[in-house]
Design a protein around this ligand. Structure first.
Ligand code: NAP
Length: 293
């Protein structure tokens, strides 16, 4: 649709943002659904975040996403948090709730990473109830994954494999207070047994991401086996070294592309009330990665 005086904006705030695929995803979906919205990305330095968020409210934006380094820093500037944002302790989406004509919208901080992570696992929910989950990494994405595994997938045990024991233990105590799942934290060199026993293994580190495509979090590929699900949150490249190891072992692999699409679809639904055309977006993203090769 052409941009007119009626077009409203949705924005990604982060630093950096130039690599983001969110403008591609959402503008394609707005166009396909004939919505008079446009999505832009803006680099905002940490010290201007409060001003940037206040401006979104006064300029009547229709929605926003937040990325590194603003996912936690934005919380004090929002009016409310959804339960899932509060529990994960990070916001990647802002919903603007109308307070009435001529009043500023209320800003609701949401976290759609949990929904995005879970979307390709929906078909395995039954298999994963009471399962054992291993998560490589202890950053922001790992926190959403551990929460999802404990609270939504009802895993019996989650093992966090982290090079920073302190960060791993921080997630452990936070999630253990909110679920009955047992959470362990292990260094890489003590994780072989947990790896072999896990039903679902999740890479929540950047290991394997372009340009370091030969790296992998899996130090013992011989321990991977059929029946396991290996989910790599890295989506560039589409087939990472970890997903190659997964296929060689006869295990089931899931690409981070699915989480990327799932978190975008949940945000899109919140802003517009309309389902995102997921298949159209998936094909466009795959096409984009193929062209990059
Ligand atoms: P983050 O907060 O920076 O956390 C990264 C984690 O990986 C930290 O625990 C870090 O350990 C660990 N790590 C980094 N390099 C490592 C190495 N060489 N060896 C061992 N551990 C290492 O990042 P994040 O936001 O959680 O994102 C993690 C990954 O998930 C990224 O690749 C990101 O692209 C991906 N992701 C994908 C989606 C999606 O939609 N598919 C969504 C969110 C994130 P230290 O704390 O010790 O540095």
């Amino acid at each position: 649709m052409a941009i007119t005086a009626k077009t409203r904006l949705v924005v990604l705030l982060g630093d950096p943002v130039s690599h983001s695929l969110s403008p591609l995803i959402h503008n394609l979906a707005f166009e396909a659904e004939q919505l008079d919205l446009a999505y832009i990305a803006m680099r905002v330095k940490k010290e201007f975040l409060d001003q940037a968020i206040a401006a979104l409210q006064s300029l009547g934006f229709a929605g926003a996403n937040l990325t590194i380094p603003h996912k936690q820093a934005a919380i004090p500037y929002l009016d409310e948090l959804t339960d899932r944002a509060r529990v994960v302790g990070a916001v990647n989406t802002i919903q603007f709730k109308s307070s009435g004509v001529d009043l500023p919208a209320r800003l609701i901080g949401d976290n759609t990473d949990v929904a995005g992570f879970l979307s390709p696992l929906d078909v395995y929910r039954e298999k994963l109830a009471g399962s054992s989950v291993l998560v490589w990494g202890s950053g922001g994405a790992a926190r959403a994954v551990v929460f999802a595994a404990a609270s939504e997938l009802k895993a019996t045990r989650v093992t966090i494999v982290s090079r920073s024991a302190e960060k791993g233990r921080e997630i452990q105590s936070f999630i253990e207070q909110r679920s009955t799942t047992d959470i362990d934290v292990l260094p890489w060199d003590e994780s072989a047994t947990a790896m072999a026993a896990a039903d679902l293994l999740v890479n929540a580190t950047p290991l394997g991401m372009t340009p370091h495509i030969d790296s992998t979090p899996c130090a013992h590929p011989g321990l991977l086996h059929s029946g396991q699900i290996v989910y790599d949150l890295v989506y560039n490249p589409l087939v990472t070294r970890l997903l190659e190891q997964t296929a060689e072992a006869g295990a089931m692999g899931i690409s981070g592309l699915e989480m990327l699409i799932g978190q975008a679809a949940a945000a899109f639904k919140g802003w517009t009330g309309v389902e995102m055309p997921v298949e159209l977006v998936r094909e466009a993203l795959k096409d984009r990665f193929m062209k990059q090769k």
